[in-house]
Design a protein around this ligand. Structure first.
Ligand code: PLP
Length: 424
């Protein structure tokens, strides 16, 4: 199901007060739901020694949310300097951070090495010689190419820019050994929003097989394998959720079999983003206009600057008109924002109850890649973020952008340059 009944029960009765107090629109996140999902992951994988989730920061890069993750013992998966800084701001250090960058530059390598460093997850063999000070612990991202068909969203691994190929993987670790690496991890990321749990089981099987292959060639015993993110969530009420119990049981069995055969077993890491926070956030927005032309439009006070997924991927986001959940869905609306882009619509030809100006809408599943993907095109700015605490209180965890923010990059020292004249 999209938003949980528990989140609805705690949010909807206070939504009007929140709109009065904070103004709409805003994203609001559910501390209880995030903690429950985190504890559930720890529990289902408790049969695997050293299991750790590295929360994929890009999904919801807010320090208050990262603190919840850190409290639960999670690390962070980062791929930029900003994400490294955010993770360190909440106290993460060293092996609590995986740096899974690609097309990495020298400044990124330098920041990755600061403040006790982090786990470098190299995306390519050409980067081995570009790491300024090679760390003792190194990881490579593996891309199976034609050995694996991609899932629907992430596409075909052969066309993915990430990782080292099957043919390169042994050589990658050999070269890392030559540069002084002594401890090793292996990473992959081949799915996105995958709801078929068997795909994740196959990914675990694949990384363990590659660990075995590299061990047989180089004698390396891997400290960890990281199966990446990609655990899916149902955005639509008619989708079945990921069968996490079957997934965990089958993955645990693979790790047990590896231990029986090799007398040791790597720890398992994963990097869920969407699964951890996606369903535990929603976008609250007010209906401000009703326009009836060839179609019936409800104009709301949020636009795609707050949530790109419908416009960008045609993604479905379930929505409720708060207080009208039980009314018949006897109207068909396009629910639109105000951007000068016709795909700035949160719902297209959606059956909904009759909506009046002033109604409050809850757009579900915006806890991942919602605010984070927002942008400023058309000078439409990003909204604020709130956190619904376990005790029922609500906290502002990011203010909305202002026009001062928008104009901030236009405030700079004059810098004119006169190129030398090309004589002749
Ligand atoms: C985006 C990303 C993730 C998280 O993916 P989800 O689909 O949100 O679970 C994990 N690892 C890497 C390297 C990523 O780029």
């Amino acid at each position: 199901m999209p938003m949980s009944q528990s989140f609805k029960d705690r949010l909807f009765p206070i939504a009007a007060q929140l709109v009065d107090h904070y103004g709409s629109p805003f994203h609001i996140y559910d501390e209880v739901g995030i903690r429950e999902t985190g504890e559930m992951l720890k529990k289902i994988f408790s049969g695997i020694d050293g299991f750790r989730e590295y929360y994929a920061v890009k999904a919801l890069p807010n320090p208050s949310i990262l603190k919840l993750m850190f409290d639960m013992g999670f690390g962070f998966d980062c791929s930029s300097i900003g994400e490294l800084r955010l993770s360190r701001q909440v106290g993460a250090r060293g092996e609590q951070i995986m740096f899974t960058s690609n097309n990495t530059n020298q400044v990124e390598f330098a920041v990755a090495a600061e403040e006790g460093g982090c786990v470098l997850n190299l995306d390519d063999i050409s980067l081995i010689d570009k790491v300024p000070e090679f760390p003792e612990l190194i990881c490579f991202r593996y891309n199976p190419g034609p050995r694996r068909t991609g899932n629907v969203i992430i596409g075909n691994p052969v066309e993915a820019k990430y990782g080292v190929t099957h043919e390169q993987v042994v050589s990658a670790y050999r070269q890392a050994q030559q540069r002084g690496a002594k401890r090793f991890g292996l990473h992959t990321m081949v799915a996105s929003n995958e709801l078929d749990y068997t795909y994740m089981v196959e990914t675990a099987r694949m990384v363990l097989e590659i660990a075995e292959l590299v061990e047989s060639e180089l004698g390396i015993k891997f400290e960890f394998v990281n199966i990446g993110g990609g655990f899916g969530i149902p955005y639509s009420p008619d989708q079945a959720p990921l069968d996490v119990d079957s997934m965990a049981a089958e993955i645990t069995a693979l790790f047990n079999a590896f231990r029986a055969k090799h007398q040791y077993v790597p720890r398992m890491y994963m990097e869920s983003g969407r699964f951890m926070t996606g369903p535990h956030g929603c976008l609250i927005t007010s209906a401000i206009n009703h326009k009836n032309i060839y179609r019936d439009y409800i104009g709301v006070d949020a636009c795609m600057s707050a949530l790109m997924r419908p416009a960008m991927y045609g993604a479905y986001h379930h929505l409720d008109v708060i207080g009208k959940e039980a009314l018949p869905k006897d109207h068909i609306y396009d629910v639109s924002g105000s951007l000068c882009e016709n795909n700035d619509k949160f719902a297209v030809q959606r059956e909904l109850p009759k909506i009046d100006e002033g109604d409050i809408l809850a757009i579900h599943d915006t806890g991942a890649h919602g605010h984070a993907m927002g942008f400023q095109y058309n000078a439409k700015l990003r909204p604020k973020e709130l956190l619904l605490r376990a005790d029922g209180s609500v906290e502002l965890i990011r203010r909305e952008e202002t026009l001062d923010d928008y104009f901030a990059t236009l405030n700079f020292k004059v810098d004119q340059f006169h190129p030398a004249q090309n004589k002749g």
